[in-house]
Design a protein around this ligand. Sequence first.
Ligand code: ARG
Length: 463
Amino acid sequence: TKRKLWGGRFTGSTDPLMHEFNQSLKYDKRMYAADVKGSIAFSKALLKAGILNEKEQKEIERGLKEVEVEWKEGKFVIQPDDEDIHTANERRLSEIIGKDIGGKLHTGRSRNDQVATDMRIWLMDETAIIESYLKALLDVMVSRAEKEVDAILPGYTHLQRAQPVRWSHLLLSHAQSFLSDLSRLRQLVPRISVLPLGSAALAGNPYSLDRELLRQELGFQSIGENSMHAVADRDFVVEWMQWASLCMIHMSRMAEDLIIYSSAEFGFVTLSDAYSTGSSIMPQKKNPDSLELLRGKSGRVFGQMAGFMMSLKGVPSTYNKDLQEDKEPLFDCVDTISAALRIAEGVVATLNIHPEKMKAALTMDMLATDIADYLVRKGASRVPFRETHHISGRAVALAEKTSCQISDLSMDQWKDLSPHFTEDVMQVFDFETSVEKRNAIGGPARATVQRQVDIARQRIKGE
Ligand code: ARG
């Protein structure tokens, strides 16, 4: 007859709906490799502590590797009483190598330290993969920025034409957000990489298990210093989802820019067919669904984070089953952001830009600030910017009133506005010049764009 791993003190059976409600195997089975890895390391600590002899440890290791292969090959047969990945693996191990040896593996261990360890192992591996996706996205953005430095487009504030900037500068403005995401992600690792194993249920183990050996075997950076905290702590899950939420916000904002710029009204970029979809009724449509999903899924990731934070907030000390609710949100966030990063990379890598459309959207009034700056530089006694701003504003109003461009005003009209204007005011009306003047660190000039590219490349490498 089947029995639950913990069935000794029970006489009644679990309500079927309760069994279903409690069971986490359907989603935590994806941690099977982490669970096996943790158990193999644990068996080595048991060997060192004299709980297992060499032969028994070897048997356990062999059996666990077989369990892992069964999962990998889709041959693992789940039994109705398997509750989670930990009980399933242990049950199967004992079937393979026999209960006499298999039953020793859980000595001095609890699922409480086991699950916390598995989650951290799993998340460290996923974090490395996500980091590689983020770097790939950044690589594409930085390379495009370097290559397409000639294109100038309107920069917007309040979504109103503001000042000319390089397309590369805009692209790199989004890359800056992803670069901080990259450093934030790297900073999470030392806090994920804290070993709970050896803490047992809450009060530690009485076998003097060598936790330093466990740390080394499992490649953790440090060891949890308090057994009660080690089994209860899910900050690493929260933090990771907070990280993902912010990274998704950055993807969403970039997506929003590109959605707007890909509309016919702007026409600055065209998405490749690979990342667009059509309409079932309107044959002419090419919709930026990829970008809309990046924007939409940011809400989902944030929701998972917020949901789990709510689950956490009233949980008493150490392990309570509420903590099992860490898995689905985290897994969903990892899956969502890992797809999102690769989609974003594909979209940015394949979109076409239309520099002539960008140029056509530039209007001379976007150089009104340059007119004010021009006047500031005129004459030995500097005119205060607040005043030159006003004068330039009057030039804009005059052009508007006479239905011409600000660059079409006559010399007489300029002189009327301020005696400091001379013929060279006409040189202000060049977008390339305007952008190139802004060559202080962080500006959109060619040299300062290249500087961003160079620094970004170093940061991607982790320098
Ligand atoms: N499936 C559980 C979880 O994900 C494992 C730990 C269960 N421990 C316990 N004592 N019920 O949190």
